[in-house]
Design a protein around this ligand. Structure first.
Ligand SMILES: [Zn+2]
Length: 146
């Protein structure tokens, strides 16, 4: 049974320890139903609804589930796609890639390397003119900005 509400402050929760061994019940306890759906079930928040889509402030985006630093504002760009977009992760090994054919075409899913939480997808060769020509299309609800 979960008592989580959208107002829960994740930072008040006790330290996770090793996020890779957190059980499903523990995730349900730590995350709001919306966060759980995206991070643990690979859901996608509706376009243009996320709190960080148009955030241009300088700072760091960390995994909302486990706190690992994942992206910085330096690599965020305005893609007009409706989700926060980055052209590269903070560190190469902070994310892992998984082939996702759930929509009938192959996309590359991006997950947090520490807790296996779903973050979004990465696309490349779209011509955005960024240094990597990649777009990490990340759900706002999967990250925290500071
Ligand atoms: Zn994580």
């Amino acid at each position: 049974m979960s008592t989580s509400t959208p107002e829960n402050d994740q930072s008040q929760l006790p330290d996770l320890g090793d996020p890779s061994v957190v059980t499903d019940d523990q995730w349900r306890e730590r995350l709001t139903p919306q966060e759980y759906h995206v991070l643990r079930e690979g859901g996608t928040e509706p376009a243009f609804t996320g709190e960080y889509t148009d955030n241009k402030a300088a700072g760091t985006y960390s995994c909302r589930a486990c706190g690992t630093k994942l992206f910085t504002s330096d690599t965020k760009f305005d893609s007009q796609c409706g989700w926060p977009s980055f052209y590269q992760p903070l560190a190469k090994d902070s994310v892992v890639y998984i082939e996702d054919s759930s929509l009938g075409r192959v996309r590359t899913e991006v997950r947090c390397a520490a807790c296996d939480g779903h973050l979004g997808h990465v696309f490349e060769g779209e011509g955005y003119g960024t240094p990597t020509d990649q777009r990490y299309c990340i759900n706002s609800i999967s990250v925290n900005f500071e």
